[in-house]
Design a protein around this ligand. Structure first.
Ligand code: ITT
Length: 199
């Protein structure tokens, strides 16, 4: 049987990151009823996989099994070319237990300076997974390329948005109108693939 998401279906958004949750709701565009994992009291699983897609599937399956509902999860991060793709899947962990992204961005800058490289190219990746409580799941991945700027600029968005300028643009994701970020971001690109696969 093909996996299809009918409009009006209730989906559990398996994220505990409010910035991400807001973007997922904007992308879902009123098509589905969304329940936040936090409001259901679902615990955060340990992200033990070594890829974005592996961790997205792990989070979606965990939420689907615990809630008995279809779950949507995102695993994402910033990869820096001169740092061999770091922080990558460790993007949230670079912010430490207090989720201090000023500290995480300072760490990226310090590591870049240590390399001596003037290559500031970087990319964001988003893997989106949808899992059904009875087992099946679908995962897709989107990416947006750009370059890093220091100091960061803008207080919109979340995470590493202030230091990331997407290719072809002058504003950072932190300065950009969220509508524009949602039209070009890694999450939007993954979402377009998901839509083609499931809607
Ligand atoms: P959940 O697992 O509960 O969804 P998380 O914040 O732990 O929340 P991840 O493990 O996927 O999520 O970590 C991804 C980190 O990468 C996230 O905390 C952000 O700081 C960063 N990130 C991902 N997408 C981003 C975006 O669009 N803009 C800025 N930073 C982003």
């Amino acid at each position: 049987m093909p996996l299809i998401l009918e409009p009006g279906t209730t989906l559990v958004a398996a994220t505990h990151n409010p910035g991400k949750a807001k973007e997922l709701v904007a992308l879902l565009d009123g098509r589905f009823e969304i329940l936040a994992a936090g409001s259901l009291g679902l615990p955060e699983p340990d992200e033990t996989e070594s890829t974005f897609t592996g961790n997205a599937l792990l989070k979606a399956r965990h939420a689907a099994q615990l809630s008995g509902r279809i779950a949507l999860a995102d695993d994402s991060g910033l990869s820096v070319a001169a740092l061999d793709g770091a922080p990558g899947i460790f993007s949230a962990r670079w912010a430490g237990p207090t989720k201090d992204f000023a500290q995480a961005m300072a760490k990226v800058e310090a590591r870049l300076i240590e390399t001596g490289s003037d290559d500031r190219s970087a990319w964001f990746t988003s893997a989106l997974a949808v899992a059904w409580p009875d087992g099946p799941a679908v995962v897709v991945e989107g990416r947006v390329d750009g370059r890093l700027v220091f100091p960061g600029r803008g207080d919109r968005g979340f995470g590493y948005d202030p230091i990331f300028v997407p290719d072809g643009h002058g504003q950072t994701f932190g300065e950009m109108d969220p509508v524009h970020k949602d039209a070009m971001s890694h999450r939007a690109r993954a979402f377009a693939l998901l839509k083609a696969a499931l809607f």
